[in-house]
Design a binder for this molecule. Structure first.
Ligand SMILES: [Zn+2]
Length: 296
């Protein structure tokens, strides 16, 4: 289970959310046949997406689309987040899942180079019923993802937030993955901030703490320096779910226009479409295409 736990620290002046996404990131690695560095990149995006399902989605009708493109070899990284009560549902993809890069001199996966640093993080919040939009766009800081989202929360949402995201990849796949977000409420004191900064010095990475089987509660205590944290919710989950259908791809085929579709029918006599998020294939026969054209 990909567990998510929410806590309050320092008498409610600080919000904390912690997650273990080891199983989720391993599932994503298999779906997209990822290399170690793209597992880390897309895994970090999936981890922050999972947490944002609980911090940034207010109602079941809201959904968030995240586009991250640093013009690196991975191209775009995309995530779509929805929530149904206590479960966040996410789907992710990257343009180039097979990018492979040498490790950095410190032995870590070079996510920043794979993602690139010359681009933007774009976050679109949308409500399906009212069709209202909130759009937050910030330039990338490092392409390492956690820092880029920290910038987004500070600049676009005006919430001082500490974000850590980590994926540990071994020869057999994902060893551990997870993350945490510490958000300061408007009444957080200077003293709270100093205590948190002190706690964050010289601590292990989130992926290491999870690989050592530390509980999310222990991790929340370590990263905030508050031994008296209060648990708010501990039965939250993140699931990978793609909601694609032949219907959606039919609409996509219609949207390319009569001329293009006639050309496909003439030249290929059929069409095969692939979902970016789950790699499911949808086949359109000659008859399917003829029927689509008839109704256009
Ligand atoms: Zn799909």
């Amino acid at each position: 289970m990909n567990k998510v736990v929410k806590f309050l620290a320092y008498d409610g002046r600080v919000n904390v959310i912690c997650t273990n996404t080891t199983e989720l990131v391993e599932e994503i690695r298999k779906i997209h046949d990822l290399t170690p560095v793209t597992t880390a990149g897309l895994g970090r995006l999936a981890t922050i997406s999972g947490m944002m399902g609980f911090t940034d989605i207010k109602e079941n009708d809201d959904h968030i689309t995240i586009q991250l493109n640093g013009r690196g070899p991975m191209g775009a990284l995309v995530s779509v987040i929805k929530r149904k009560n206590k479960t966040t549902k996410i789907k992710v993809y990257t343009d180039n899942p097979h990018v492979d890069l040498p490790l950095k001199s410190n032995g870590k996966l070079d996510v920043g180079t794979a993602v690139g640093r010359n681009g933007f993080l774009n976050i679109i919040n949308k409500n399906e019923i009212t069709d209202s939009n909130y759009n937050g766009l910030v330039p990338l800081v490092s392409g390492e993802i956690a820092e880029d989202f920290t910038e987004y929360f500070a600049k676009s949402k005006q919430i001082p937030t500490v974000i850590a995201l980590g994926v540990l990849v071994g020869s057999q796949g994902v060893k551990s993955a997870g993350g945490y977000m510490i958000s300061l409420m408007p009444d957080a004191t200077e003293e709270d901030i100093v205590k948190i900064e002190k706690a964050l010095q010289n601590i292990d990475s989130i992926s290491k703490m999870i690989s050592e089987n530390k509980s999310l509660e222990d991790i929340a205590k370590i990263v905030t320096g508050d031994k008296n944290i209060v648990m708010l919710e501990n039965d939250l989950d993140i699931k990978y779910e793609c909601d694609c259908s032949k219907d959606k791809f039919e609409k996509a085929l219609i949207s390319i226009g009569k001329e293009e579709l006639s050309k496909i029918l003439e030249e290929d006599g059929k069409a095969e479409t692939v979902c970016h998020f789950c790699n499911k294939k949808y086949y359109f026969s000659k008859e399917d295409l003829e029927n689509l054209l008839k109704n256009m």
